[in-house]
Design a binder for this molecule. Structure first.
Ligand SMILES: O=C(O)CCC(=O)C(=O)O
Ligand SMILES: [Fe+2]
Length: 354
């Protein structure tokens, strides 16, 4: 359902091949707002390690086991799944939308507050069934990170600091490709992302019985607030994108495994270029006739397996003005919000007491 492109073509020494790739990237985003990328530059072994860390952190924080990179050992830690909320809460997300950092327990964040932002097709306001961990750049001058304290998964901070840098490098290359594909000078987008106000979000959607999906979902319908999102997901499925735009109809995104990166346009890219910031959500994975995994549709209230995802949100520098870069004649800057004002407006209300 989504185009799958090989980002290696961006590095072709043949300029016309490179430009052709950039135009295909833009045209894929124009169609659905989402595209699948392979060879995107975030090393596969780092992605594997990130998923192991995520599984480890959500299942085993504070258990006293050291860092384990062996898959079998890490999978065994799943048995600690219900464990130590009090350990995870040693690096808590504050009870306000900002800073968007640290651990949010199951049920704390309510994405449905955004479900109907600028859309004429209202979606039901379903609660999220997820826990997550938000990380920013260590170079962010406004907000500091909230890391697990010493003794609680000591590998977490150094690993995710370096994973963040790998994502930032991939982001800059993708932004350059988009600028070229849009007919803009190559650095147009990347130079608006020099200060790294980006965010990395690790999400665990626990196994739940499918009947829960009648009144809740994994992550409610929303658009992403930034420029682009780089999403890595496991193969559980359930990611759905609204197509046609604004229709209230959602299509399943096939999972190409965790090494593939799904890119989607966010609200800021839409404001700059008109590329559509598509609504999406994570709901029930496809029925078992097609996937054989979760028992949906066979009359039994089976468990839907747990899902893990890693999303890196590329966000503009806060002082940058969100005025159109293409076509439309720009008005005075005062008519447009800065990226910082826009992020603030979008995030408010996501946290219960915010
Ligand atoms: O978990 C996923 O696959 C999607 C998450 C998402 O859309 C988000 O965090 O903005
Ligand atoms: Fe999203």
């Amino acid at each position: 359902m989504l185009d799958r492109l090989d980002f290696q073509e961006f590095y072709s020494p043949d300029t016309s091949e490179r430009n052709g790739f950039c135009r295909r990237l833009v045209s894929s985003l124009k169609q659905k707002g989402f595209v699948r990328l392979v060879n995107h530059g975030v090393p596969p072994q780092d992605i594997d390690k990130a998923f192991l860390e995520v599984r480890f952190s959500f299942s085993n924080m504070g258990s006293g086991y050291g860092v384990q990179t062996d898959l079998v050992v890490v999978e065994q830690t799943q048995q600690f799944f219900q464990l130590p909320l009090e350990e995870k809460l040693k690096s808590p997300h504050p009870p306000t939308p900002n800073p968007h950092r640290g651990y949010s327990a199951f049920g704390v964040e309510v994405v449905a507050t955004h479900s109907n932002f600028e859309s004429k097709t209202p979606m039901p306001l379903l609660k999220d069934m997820k826990e997550s961990y938000d990380i920013g750049s260590e170079r962010d001058e406004l907000y500091s990170n909230i890391w697990p304290p010493p003794g609680v998964q000591d590998s977490f901070q150094p690993f995710f600091m370096s994973f963040f840098s790998a994502c930032y490098q991939a982001e800059c290359a993708i932004l350059e490709a988009l600028s070229i594909g849009l007919g803009l000078p190559p650095q147009t987008l990347s130079e608006r992302h020099a200060n790294q106000s980006n965010e990395l979000r690790l999400t665990h959607y626990p196994a739940v019985s499918r009947s829960e999906f009648a009144s809740s979902t994994r992550i409610a319908t929303h658009t992403d607030f930034g420029t682009i999102t780089l999403l890595f997901q496991d193969s559980v499925g359930g990611l759905q994108v609204e197509f046609p735009f604004g229709s209230g109809n959602f299509l399943d995104v096939e999972s190409g495994g965790r090494h593939e990166c799904i890119i989607n346009a966010g609200d800021c890219l839409q404001k700059w270029t008109g590329l559509h910031s598509t609504r999406h959500r994570v709901h029930l994975p496809k029925p078992p006739e097609e996937t054989g995994t979760n028992g949906v549709g066979d009359g039994n209230d089976h468990l839907v397996e747990a899902r893990y995802s890693i999303a890196y949100f590329a966000k503009p520098d806060r002082s940058v003005i969100l005025r159109p870069l293409l076509g439309e004649k720009a008005h005075d800057d005062e008519q447009y919000m800065t990226a910082g004002e826009f992020q603030q407006m979008r995030i408010s209300g996501t946290y219960a007491s915010g």
